[in-house]
Design a protein around this ligand. Sequence first.
Ligand SMILES: Cc1ncc(COP(=O)(O)O)c(C=O)c1O
Length: 400
Amino acid sequence: MAFLADALSRVKPSATIAVTQKARELKSQGRDVIGLGAGEPDFDTPDNVKNAAIDAIKRGETKYPPVSGIPELRKAIAAKFKRENNLDYTPEQTIVGTGGKQILFNAFMATLNPGDEVVIPRPYWVSYPEMVAICGGTSVFAETSIDNGFKLTAEALEKVITPKTKWLLMNSPSNPSGAAYTEAELRAIADVLLKHPHLWTLTDDMYEHLTYGDFVFRTIAEVEPKLYERTLTMNGVSKAYAMTGWRIGYAAGPVALIKAMDMIQGQQTSGACTIAQWAAVEALNGPQDFVAQNKAIFQGRRDLVVSMLNQAKGISCPVPEGAFYVYPSCEALIGKKTPEGKVIETDEDFVSTLLEAEGVAVVHGSAFGLGPNFRISYATSEELLEEACNRIQRFTASLV
Ligand SMILES: Cc1ncc(COP(=O)(O)O)c(C=O)c1O
């Protein structure tokens, strides 16, 4: 449509939302569909957090917030970074946005000029390249592989840095692969960054609290304090506290960048929902046992899914360190035929045929920039996961 902005031609709709939508449609037609596409915890927001929001409404906390966030939340964010990440940020160095998504968006909006490059390791969260494109920047993809657990190496990073690189976008634990970087792995990345002082890091730590076994979460400014001055550390309450619908995300970094993001936000939303901010204060300052309980549940699901997928013919599933996703390869099934004679040529064929044949909705890896793979979100009950994996096993066994 000629009326629409040219910038829209650079943007793709979200593949994960499309899969969720397709699964919903099939369900409404009466099909028995198990949706493993959505990226949100299936738990309810904890009661103490809900009650904090109700109390805020009753107290009349229903006015516009300060653009960067209510002082109580900015203080709670600074305290969280100190307590959990050993990072010293003052409340003035923090900003609250309408979800982590808006924080990322505003950071790019505030910094990207046409031609500026953002290095994004692939596989990546579907929204990253689209946000960069909307903000006029150029995404440059750094390669990872299943053999190194889908993690960016120093060599792969070094290869893609140019004088135009503005940001390295890190995401640990990762959506879609679940890969999380150890301190040593971050150290190797940091050593490359130290050699390129023009380059900043935006680290999306949204899944920080969802790591399993004895994995220890670290973030890059903590691992290399010399990068503190050129790092934006982003996080949020959506995944850790089952608060996806409350739309609160946050970040901390150098004051000049935070002020620029504040200016954009002031002309855009005037700040995140005041009531949801009060709920986030309680999430960050209140009891944290909810987080540990969920982590244990997610770990059990991860182990179940990984083990059942590795028993499916032609599927190879690495064990991810965190998040609630697995990212198995279906490479061995490319070229195989369904009993009806349909050839599986791509991972997109694999997921659409799986959905038709067995009613299991997953997302193809090529949507995340690396395939042939697919992403399963295990943020659903063990019972459904077991049934879904049984169906995947039956489906792959039927391919010839
Ligand atoms: C890697 C990653 N970053 C950011 C977000 C966005 O979080 P929010 O819901 O707080 O906007 C998501 C949500 O799916 C995500 O997977």
